[in-house]
Design a protein around this ligand. Structure first.
Ligand code: CDP
Ligand code: MG
Length: 725
């Protein structure tokens, strides 16, 4: 894991910034801190945390839990010489909160306060408060199974019940038993370990404190899991929110949100608007529509500033959301459920709730899946209430629900924990690495045995487990890569096939947060035409690589080489030019940057993805070196390309379909007929077998990210290995 030495002052501006980007004096931030609802309870909270090994802390969103508690812990000396970890289900939240807290402490980001998310870490040996994605802390477990460098671990947003959070919570219970006394096994029986641990604290060398924080009223369950741990409540400062429902259901929620926004904008007084949408595509499409209608507004209307907020948004863009609204303007934030509880944006008075979110769901082999897919779904009552609450933080507000009251009443109370609905492949591999007995490990909610069986089977097919379900050497190497097991398998296969360089290129692009090929429905033909020059006859995987190589040729042709900061600046420029708020005055060779941007635009490529992929690749190269893979290995000619495809088959053997005599493709694992996505470079070409990155479920099942491969590549792994279970 790389530690980036911080070079600059916290680069994300925070709430209270002047429009010119200069941070207000830190006294101002101190004043804001003191006014947070949590500040009044500070001493009592610190006392309780000091007294208990495990504390459950419940408090309304925006009360100050995430930003303040870690600072209280450091200031009061509870952390001793250790580090305080704060986990977040979303990486955007981790980076943005770390920046805020660094500013509150008036230190550089990466010094006292840092963050660590996949493929990006800003921390140093002096970091004492570290915001991590929950997945990153799980990864740290693999190299340090008792998380010894942390003296306090705060599991934040625990109500979200992500798979990683639940996994962590299960481990923390076992770690507490180890570090605070009370038996040395992984399987802790209820009630005993903690009771023993408490009496023996003197003898403990490196005790651990765990704080579970949540925004909703599900504390009891956490408390019970941790042997009736103490539950503390922080009162928020919630103002009344007037909620409206539509009289009929809205089929096109993006259009309904657009109309509602302008009704508010024209009829209602000042105050910022927060619109909840399920994902990036809807956000970007609504952003465009709002921008275009805004230009036609009468002169006397407030100016509209639109800000998107979703997971893949680069840091410089995120920061703008927190800046205060200039007078004569109205901010309109288009967000996913990230703004529901993990991030509080000041100034919101109006909320528009589409009632939709994207949810990860495991599609079993029978329904044609065998892996997780993101599906747009109705939200839960609990989410709907959180969303409405966002309007009443600073004064009375309004929430416009784009669904009927009956629809609200029909919503599920709260979401099912991910552990009950997501693929467990990666978690089971991690449990194996940590030497757990799958039969006895204790989770808050137990996964279904069928899901565990399915994960074991996948891991066996990938070669991570042997027939006795024991971890193989290959499995251990797979877990050492910061990739999902199937992608890790592809990378590791490249050693035997001597083609690590191209494989890493492609895997890096697939690991980036946005797709490389921009999908523009209005210009599909032009995009296809432009893409033709990168086209590889085998399909999309090698086509991705061709596009990356073409971009790199351009980079080498230009004068400036790119470092990470450069890449970030680049992203910012690309983004803001889309928003019509271009920023000038960036350092570096402007012409060549502009030329690259133009080249990407003309070729319908997402430059942000290319830059992110190069950054990811740098990290993966480091991982490969540690695993004894030479990432420079570049095979030549057609046999080299065949080698690359063989690696992909090794990882995607369960994401494959064979051509049937009637011309359709039938899954190798599972029974469904899949079609090649119209956006694929393969087009209508019939290939004896295809492998794919994902399935899209519409009226049909489409395979996206497709390559054609000879059927012989599957020999030795078909029929007998694949049952139909
Ligand atoms: O965790 P909880 O929801 O209780 O609150 P928090 O995240 O600690 O936020 C406390 C305050 O810090 C809120 O008023 C936020 O608006 C503010 N904040 C901010 O201004 N900028 C950030 N990047 C993060 C938080
Ligand atoms: Mg929080």
């Amino acid at each position: 894991m790389s530690i980036n030495t911080p070079r600059k002052k916290a680069r994300l501006p925070v709430n209270g910034d002047r429009p010119n980007g200069k941070t207000l004096a830190s006294q101002d931030l101190q004043r804001q801190r003191e006014q947070l609802p949590i500040a009044k309870g500070r001493d009592a909270l610190v006392d309780e945390i000091r007294r208990n090994d495990v504390t459950i802390l419940l408090g309304e969103t925006g009360s100050g839990k995430t930003t303040q508690i870690p600072q209280y812990i450091i200031d009061s000396g509870i952390a001793g010489g250790g580090v305080v970890a704060v986990t977040q289900p979303r990486r955007v939240a981790a980076t943005s909160l770390a920046a805020r807290v660094a500013a509150e402490q008036d230190v550089q980001l990466g010094d006292l306060v840092g963050y660590s998310v996949r493929f990006d870490e800003v921390a140093s040996p002096s970091t004492r408060i570290k915001y991590l994605s929950d997945g990153m802390l799980v990864r740290e477990l693999l190299s340090d199974p008792i998380l010894s460098r942390y003296s306090v671990i705060i599991v934040d947003e625990a109500h979200e019940r992500t798979l990683r959070t639940d996994f962590l919570v299960a481990n923390l219970k076992a770690i507490l038993a180890k570090r605070n006394g009370g038996g040395g096994t992984h399987t802790v029986t209820n009630g005993q370990s903690d009771a023993k641990g408490k009496g023996k604290k003197r003898a403990v060398e490196n005790p651990l404190k765990v704080i579970i924080m949540s925004a909703t009223l599900d504390a009891e369950k956490f408390s019970r899991f941790f042997n009736n741990a103490k539950v503390l409540y922080v009162k928020g400062r919630q103002h009344p929110v007037q909620t409206f429902h539509t009289s009929v259901s809205q089929i096109d929620y993006v259009d309904a949100a657009l109309r509602t926004f302008f009704q508010i904008h024209i009829d209602k007084g000042p105050g910022d608007v927060l619109i909840f949408l399920p994902g990036q595509e809807d956000i970007e499409s609504l952003e465009k529509s709002i921008q275009s209608y805004t230009r036609r507004l009468p002169e006397n209307c407030l100016n509209v500033l639109v800000y998107p907020m979703f997971a893949a948004l680069p840091p410089a863009q995120q920061a703008k959301i927190f800046s205060s609204t200039p007078s004569g303007s109205r901010k309109c934030i288009l967000a996913t459920n990230i703004a529901e509880t993990s991030i509080t944006i000041p100034g919101i008075r109006y909320v528009i709730d589409t009632g939709k979110c994207k949810e990860k769901r495991y599609l079993s082999r029978d329904t044609g899946g065998g892996f997780d897919t993101l599906l747009t779904q109705d939200i839960t009552k609990s989410s709907a209430m959180q969303r409405a609450g966002r309007a009443g933080r600073e004064g009375p507000g309004f929430c416009f629900r784009l669904y009927t009251e009956d629809a609200f009443n029909a919503m599920a109370a709260s979401a099912e924990p991910e552990i009950r609905r997501c693929s467990l492949t990666q978690s089971v591999l991690e449990l194996k690495c940590l030497d757990y007995d799958l039969e006895t490990v204790e989770f808050m909610d137990m996964p279904e045995s069928e899901a565990i069986f399915s994960a074991l089977k996948t891991l066996f097919l990938l070669g991570a487990l042997d027939r006795t379900k024991a971890l193989t050497h290959l499995g251990r190497s797979m877990a050492a890569l910061p990739l999902e097991p199937y992608l890790a398998r592809i990378v590791l296969a490249s050693k035997a096939h001597a083609c690590t360089a191209p494989v890493l290129d492609i895997v890096s692009i697939l690991s980036a947060s946005s797709k490389l090929f921009v999908d523009v429905s209005e210009a599909r033909d032009a995009a296809a035409e432009a893409r033709r020059k990168f086209r590889h006859p085998s399909g999309d995987h090698l086509t991705l690589r061709n596009a990356l190589k073409a971009y790199e040729d351009l980079l080498e042709g230009g004068k400036d080489d790119m470092d990470v900061d450069d890449a970030r600046d680049g992203m910012e420029v690309v983004q803001s030019s889309n928003h019509g708020q271009g920023q000038d005055g960036k350092k570096g060779s402007k012409a060549s940057k502009a030329a690259r941007r133009e080249w990407c635009r003309a070729n319908f490529l997402n430059e942000k993805t290319l830059m992110e992929a190069m950054k990811i690749r740098t990290q993966l190269r480091g991982n490969c070196e540690r695993l004894g893979l030479d990432w420079r290995t570049e095979p030549a000619g057609a046999s080299g390309e065949e080698a690359v495809l063989r690696c992909f088959v090794a990882g995607l053997q369960q994401q494959a379909a064979f051509l049937q005599p009637d011309g359709t493709y039938k899954q190798v694992v599972g029974q469904s007929i899949v079609k090649i996505h119209p956006g694929s470079t393969l087009g209508d070409r019939k290939a004896p077998a295809i492998i794919y990155d994902e399935l899209i479920y519409t009226s049909q099942i489409y395979a996206r990210g497709v390559s054609s491969v000879p059927r012989s590549f599957f020999s030795g792994m078909t029929s007998s290995t694949y049952g139909t279970t």
